[in-house]
Design a protein around this ligand. Sequence first.
Ligand code: CA2
Length: 146
Amino acid sequence: MKHILLLNGPNLNLLGTREPQIYGHTTLADIERHIAALGETFGIRVESFQSNGEGELVGRIHRAREEGAAAAIVNAGAYTHTSIALRDALAGTALPFVEVHISNVYKREPFRHHSYLSDLAVGVIAGLGVYGYEAALRFLFETEAV
Ligand SMILES: O=C(O)[C@]1(O)C[C@H](CCCOc2ccccc2)[C@@H](O)[C@H](O)C1
């Protein structure tokens, strides 16, 4: 069975517990369960990983490629806006990925308007709430990226 990586960055483990006005009430565990279940209907195994550490996220990207992941869904959190290391890991492993943001970062503070990842991504989804993760998975399946 083909597999993909669902990667979530710093503070996304807090989803559903704080700032619901921005990020909603769905927990990360709920997102991971939903995406895994939907992936199964597509014949895709979804491996989920969340870390608050930049280095751990970099290492998980390396491992995904080593293990033959076909693609990734990446919400790098605030590292989106700061991390050349994550950019280099995604570029270096050539893992096709969809960048997802729950909030519409372009309606928020200017420092969230730049991403070190977007030009490497197959596509970017922002502002659709947690539905962005499902849209990313459906896109990867329908376009046979996976
Ligand atoms: O909108 C997104 O998904 C973001 O990637 C979320 C990041 C923040 C994740 C923090 O998530 C929390 C969730 C609940 C409570 C506190 C933080 C933010 O730094 C990006 O600019 C946009």
